[in-house]
Design a protein around this ligand. Structure first.
Ligand code: IMP
Length: 198
């Protein structure tokens, strides 16, 4: 029988992407919705790796199952790497994705294409029932578009044009994003580890 693997995220869009990325792995995938509600893991660390491990450890211990979690964000060179680990709250506590994108586009107003380099970063963490841990990193380089484009995805997807494409992640189909994204790359590597210990 396949072992249970919990996807430790309250973000529905992210959970959907993670389910698709982990679909081929020999694990019985579960979401947080499949368990009794618990308070959300608080992201208190100032690195992607610290927060990814914190979330995976928290839910693994809480439910006594193996768990994967990611921490991810957008680094913009012209903003010295901001919003970085604070990507979700860039425009303030309880802000929307639209607020964040508006603030980002305003911060880059008037900056030409060559000054709009950015990357998405994802740290994927796995924590076993016995406390064993494994972490993988993935990133994708790109540019910040001059305006929001497309309805797919979530977060900064409408303003991020991945290297090698003219369209934003908001315009590209989800399976194309999965093939080149920071999350796709980090979890691609993590899947190799998960297959080896299943
Ligand atoms: P966290 O990893 O849940 O702390 O949140 C990361 C934040 O980074 C999200 O709320 C988004 O704003 C942004 N982000 C991370 N990954 C993506 C992505 O694949 N597309 C768009 N935005 C993302």
């Amino acid at each position: 029988m396949d072992r249970i693997l919990l996807i430790g995220s309250n973000n529905k869009s992210k959970t959907r992407e993670l389910r698709a990325l982990l679909d081929d792995s020999p694990w019985d995938l579960r979401r947080l919705d499949d368990f009794d509600p618990v308070p959300e893991a608080e992201e208190t660390q100032d690195t992607f790796e610290g927060n990814a491990l914190l979330k995976a450890r928290y839910y693994a211990r809480r439910f006594n199952v193996a768990c994967v979690a990611d921490d991810s964000g957008l680094e913009v060179d012209a903003l010295n790497g901001a919003p970085g680990v604070y990507s979700a709250r860039y425009a303030g506590e309880n802000c929307t994705y639209e607020d964040n994108n508006r603030k980002l586009l305003a911060a880059l107003e008037g900056i030409p294409e060559e000054g709009r380099k950015a990357r998405f970063v994802c740290l994927a963490a796995f924590v076993n029932e016995d406390g064993g841990e494994h972490v993988e990193r993935g990133s994708v380089e790109g540019l910040i578009a001059p305006e929001c484009r497309g309805e797919h995805g979530f977060g900064y997807d409408p303003v991020f044009i991945p290297e090698g494409f003219d369209q934003t992640f908001g315009e590209l189909p989800p399976e194309v994003k999965a093939g080149v994204s920071h999350r796709g790359r980090a979890f691609g590597k993590l899947c190799t580890h998960l297959a080896s210990i299943a």
